[in-house]
Each structure stands twice: as structure tokens, then as C-alpha cells.
Design a protein around this ligand. Structure first.
Ligand code: ANZ
Ligand code: ZN
Length: 570
């Protein structure tokens, strides 16, 4: 008997043509029955699909088809996360404009995806580098600016002194610029921030509602990233003159064991003290070199320098010296720590290195703790000693009592700190969404009025170096101030490309909407199944969860509790 030969080239093409003709996977604008929104993390158009993509998209597709067979109305879209640094790097290397390179890659990869026969509703496709998409991001940016959820502050970046450009953390290789090879410096510039910390508590508690659909390990990673720490803010009055140094501690029970203070190298008091000490100034200067990434701060050799000033212990009045140390982060807590070498390993190593006193105040069971003879810090909780009125208390009780004692003197209170920082979204790169702001010599920084949006990113440049061509293009930068009409300068920073991937899942529900989102978003959201490299995507998930709440709070998603979270199952 003759069986017809299996010819995938013919069969696949024929079946795919039929799906196409019948619009087999096109979802209704609004679901009328039980909906199922399946979404695979959209790809960066790097040029070629790789097997990691194929794996991810096949999994999502199998789920989508299964749900369709169960009779649900399935929507599975696909699009392109199309802004980003690789396009600029490729443009420098191959002499192509980033837009050209990106669009060429998209065309090629779309063909690859289509040949895989995945059940996408291609009518919803978009690329985030087109004004139709990023204009809404600019619109939201202005809304958030008006609400105080976007603000500007001075912050530190990696600066390449040879290329005269800001580098992303991933462009710093072994402390040097990836292109110039020059040692990277830290530089303070004004940048825009999204106030994600205003949502810290909600982003944390929201995880409870997700516990059924999200893997435990991903929930844990979210919790750790948000990093809620309960503790106390404690003030140490300066021994000479007015003022206090504030510290944040999670271990107020160890207060009687504090033997010195350490402030960040960028702390105003360190900077001020350096005015009178060339040696200290040189130390602070050394600290300015090297990447600003937290990982590299963790692993570097711990070093410090005395500031030549003392504070008074808030309870005993004893004078303690103030140091600066390269491991104290300016951006966390108060940018200063009370150092308790007997009970904190970092402080212990530092005290041994610089001959600072070690005073044990917590007796843990079975562990001998006798100050100077210790060979390492005793970091657990236990029973207080060497602590005057607090002797004999258990750590957990002492935390409250000592905080209350400090508070009674007006020198501190209980606080909660989050590891989570506000999200700095300014990038001094070209290939991204222009930040819709204008710098006026009279009015300061002014948002682009809604009627003038979008601010279109010019796409005709041939890149010659990493410096953004926007900086040198008067056609882009020259603009009249929307408030007073004076000659003003358009912002040339662009947004972190994570902004685009923080709300694309919502736009897929209404890709042609004449506003950022319309009613269809509420109908299709949340995503019922999200398939992404979620183990590696702590920030991606967190930012999407944050943006979903922003969309709710500007009135684009219902505040009904059912639309707080973007992704139901991972
Ligand atoms: C005194 C102390 C004694 C501490 C002790 C720990 C153990 P988490 O849990 O991450 O919130 N710290 C505070 N601000 C800091 C900063 N800006 N840079 C570096 N370290 C900082 O950590 C809180 C602890 O980290 C704080 O509690 C403080 O050290 C340190 F036996 O205070 B602790
Ligand atoms: Zn003006």
C-alpha cells in the first residue's frame, strides 16, 4: 500500500496558509465567553531566533491550543521589544542605522516564527520602537510627572572618560569601558526616576494573591528584591557643633555594642571633612572609581578612612569616631551605619583591619563572646549583656525597648526600610523612547504638552561613536518653551527599555487604541498564562506589576481588585 510521503515543506506551508486565510487564531476585539490570554515574553529582535525562543514559544503555544480546545476564547499575541543597546552596537559595527537594523531583524524573525506555525493573532503585532507605541509611554510619563510619581534627582552613573559617555552596568568590563578600555569613573548627573518605592508595600502584599499561580521560588525572589527590613532610625549627635548623623539599623538590640560610625563616601559629612584633609579627599576620589553596581561593591576589598570627627552615643553619651567606608551605600537607609563589630561580620573585619574597638553585647547560646578575643562576629540573636539597663533581655524584646529609649530622647524611631530603590529610567543613549521634557532657562524643566506628543525619535542618523546623535542635532534639541515661549532645549535622554516591556502585555489587548488603553484591556487582562524566562526576570516581573498599578491609578484599568496583577499564572 502506498502511503503519501510526509513532506513537511509542503504540508506545513499548506496548513499555515489555510490558518492564515481563515484567520484561525484571530481573537475577537472583546471576549464574549470565557477568555484565556496566553502570552510569551516578546523577543528582542536580535536577528535570529534561537532555541531558547523556540522552547518558550512552543510551550506557550501548546498551552494556548489546549485552552482553545477546552472551548475558551484564546488570545495569543506577538510583537517586538525593539529598542535597546544592541541595535546601537550593531549600528556602530556595521554602519547601519539602528532603525534599519532593527526593522530588518524583525522581518526576518517574523518569518521564522511564522514558519514554526505558532497560533498567534498577528493582527495585534507591534514593535515598541514605533511612535504608535512609545507615544503612550510619553503620555504616561507626563501624567506621572504631574502626579509626582516621576521626579528628578542627582544620581551616580558609570562614566567613560575617553568616550565621554555614560555606560550601562553591562558595558563596564572589569571596571573599564567596553569600547575604550579606560577605567570607568562615577559621575553625578540629574536623572529621572519612577517612584516605585511608593508601591513597595503593595507590591509585596500583592504577592500573597499570586501564591496559587506563581512558583514559590519566583515569589521569594520578588520578596527579596523588594527587601522589607524592619528596624530603627537612630540619631548620633555630633560631638562638636550641631546636627546628627542618622543611621538605619535592623539590630537596635546591639546599640550598646556600637563602637564607631561609618558613612558612605558620598555622604555630605565625608565630602565636607575632605575639604580639610588631602588624604581623605584622595580616598573619596579612589572610591569614585569602579562600577556603581551593587554586586561589585559587595565583592571589593573593604576599605575606609577616618573623618576626624566624633559623635555621641545616643544613650551613653560616649564619643565614637566617624569613618567613611567604601561598602556603605549612599542610596540605602540613611547612607550611614552604626558599626557593631562584635555582631556584624563586615564591621568585624573592618575593625580588625583598622584597630577599632570590639565590644560584645549579645550572648548567644553556646557561643563564647568576649570582645577583643573574638575571631569572628557573632551575628545571631541572644541575650543582652554589657548593655546597662537592658542586660538580660532577649534580642527581640530589646529591639523594642532600645528603640523606645532612643525615641524618648528624640533621637530616633522605629522604621521600615525597603531594599527596593526608585527606578532610574534616564538613559543617555540614542535608541530609546525620548523623554518628553523641555529645559527652559526661565521655567526649569517643563513637560511636553499632550498636543505636542509624540516626541518622535529621528531615525536617519549614521552612528559614528557611542555619543547620542540627539545631543548634536539642533533640529531635535531646539524648541520653544511650552510655558513662556523662550528658546529652550529638548531633553535628549531616552527611557530605559524596560519601560516598554512593562506594559506591552496590556497594549496587546487594544493595539490600535487611540489612547494608551481602552476598555478591551480590562476585558482581556490579566494575562492568564505568562511564559517567560521568569527565573531570570525578577525585575521584568516587578516592573510589570508596578506598571499595572500605575495604569490602574491613572484610570486606564479598573480599580476592582481583579486587575491589580498583570500575570495570573507563570
Ligand atoms: C547595626 C548592626 C548590627 C547591623 C548588627 C547589622 C548587624 P538589611 O537587612 O539589608 O536592611 N546598613 C544600613 N544602612 C546601610 C547602608 N547604607 N550601606 C550598607 N549597610 C547598611 O541590612 C540592614 C543593616 O545593614 C543595618 O543593620 C546596618 O547594619 C547595615 F549586629 O546596623 B546594622
Ligand atoms: Zn519657559
Amino acid at each position: 500500500m502506498d502511503t503519501p510521503a510526509y513532506s513537511p515543506q509542503e504540508l506545513e506551508a499548506a496548513v499555515q496558509q489555510r490558518w492564515h486565510d481563515q484567520q484561525a487564531f484571530k481573537a475577537a476585539a472583546r471576549p464574549s465567553g470565557e477568555k484565556f490570554y496566553a502570552l510569551a515574553m516578546f523577543p528582542y529582535p536580535s536577528g535570529q531566533l534561537h532555541m531558547g525562543h523556540v522552547r518558550n514559544y512552543s510551550i506557550a503555544d501548546a498551552i494556548a491550543r489546549y485552552q482553545r480546545m477546552l472551548g475558551k476564547e484564546v488570545m495569543q499575541p506577538m510583537g517586538w521589544d525593539a529598542f535597546g543597546l544592541p541595535a546601537e552596537n550593531a549600528a556602530l559595527k556595521h554602519g547601519l542605522a539602528p532603525a534599519q537594523w532593527t526593522m530588518g531583524n524583525i522581518a526576518h524573525m517574523r518569518g521564522q516564527l511564522q514558519r514554526l506555525g505558532l497560533s498567534y493573532d498577528w493582527s495585534r503585532e507591534f514593535a515598541t520602537c514605533t511612535p504608535d507605541y512609545y507615544r503612550w509611554e510619553q503620555w504616561l510619563f507626563v501624567k506621572l510627572w504631574e502626579k509626582g510619581l516621576v521626579y528628578q534627582k542627582l544620581s551616580t552613573v558609570n562614566w567613560d572618560p575617553v568616550d565621554q559617555t555614560v555606560l550601562a552596568n553591562e558595558q563596564v568590563v572589569d571596571g573599564c569601558g567596553w569600547r575604550s578600555g579606560a577605567p570607568v569613573e562615577r559621575k553625578e548627573i540629574v536623572q529621572y526616576f519612577l517612584r516605585i518605592t511608593a508601591y513597595a508595600e503593595e507590591l509585596l502584599s500583592g504577592l500573597d494573591a499570586l501564591s496559587e499561580g506563581w512558583p514559590e521560588q519566583v515569589l521569594t525572589m520578588q520578596r527579596n528584591w523588594i527587601g522589607r527590613s524592619e528596624g530603627a532610625e537612630i540619631h548620633f549627635p555630633l560631638a562638636a557643633g550641631d546636627g546628627v548623623i542618622k543611621v538605619f539599623t535592623t539590630r537596635p538590640d546591639t546599640l550598646m555594642g556600637a563602637t564607631y560610625l561609618a558613612v558612605a563616601p558620598e555622604h555630605p559629612l565625608a565630602v565636607q571633612a575632605a575639604e580639610n584633609s588631602a588624604e581623605l579627599a584622595a580616598f573619596l576620589e579612589r572610591c569614585r572609581h569602579g562600577s556603581v553596581s551593587e554586586a561589585s561593591i559587595e565583592t571589593q576589598e573593604k576599605e575606609g578612612h577616618p573623618l576626624g570627627l566624633n559623635v555621641r552615643h545616643p544613650l551613653t553619651g560616649v564619643e565614637l569616631p566617624v569613618w567613611t567606608a567604601n561598602f556603605v551605600l549612599m542610596g540605602y537607609g540613611e547612607g550611614a551605619v552604626m558599626s557593631v563589630p562584635a555582631h556584624d561580620q563586615r564591621d568585624f573585619a573592618f575593625a580588625r583591619k583598622y584597630g577599632l574597638p570590639i565590644r560584645a553585647v549579645i550572648q548567644a547560646e553556646g557561643v563564647a563572646t568576649d570582645g577583643e578575643a573574638m575571631t569572628e562576629a557573632c551575628t545571631g540573636s541572644g541575650t543582652l549583656f554589657n548593655s546597662g539597663a537592658f542586660d538580660g533581655l532577649a534580642s527581640e524584646v530589646a529591639k523594642g525597648r532600645i528603640t523606645a529609649a532612643v525615641a524618648a530622647r528624640g533621637l530616633g524611631q522605629k522604621t521600615v526600610n525597603f531594599r527596593l530603590r526608585d527606578w532610574g529610567i534616564s538613559r543617555q543613549r540614542y535608541w530609546g523612547t525620548p523623554i518628553p521634557m523641555i529645559h527652559c532657562p526661565h521655567c526649569g524643566v517643563v513637560p511636553v504638552p499632550e498636543r505636542d506628543l509624540p516626541v518622535i525619535l529621528p531615525t536617519h542618523y549614521q552612528l559614528k561613536d557611542p555619543r547620542s546623535p540627539l545631543l548634536d542635532d539642533p533640529e531635535f534639541t531646539r524648541v520653544a518653551c511650552p510655558q513662556c515661549g523662550a528658546a529652550a532645549r529638548r531633553e535628549t535622554d531616552t527611557m530605559d527599555t524596560f519601560v516598554e516591556s512593562s506594559w506591552y502585555y496590556a497594549r496587546f489587548a487594544c493595539p490600535d487604541a487611540e489612547q494608551m488603553l481602552d476598555q478591551r484591556a480590562a476585558d482581556w487582562l490579566p494575562v492568564d498564562q505568562y511564559v517567560g524566562g521568569v527565573e531570570h526576570a525578577v525585575l521584568h516581573l516587578l516592573y510589570a506589576r508596578f506598571f499595572n498599578r500605575l495604569l490602574r491609578d491613572v484610570g486606564l484599568l479598573p480599580a476592582d481588585g481583579a486587575h491589580d496583577e498583570p500575570f495570573r499564572h507563570l
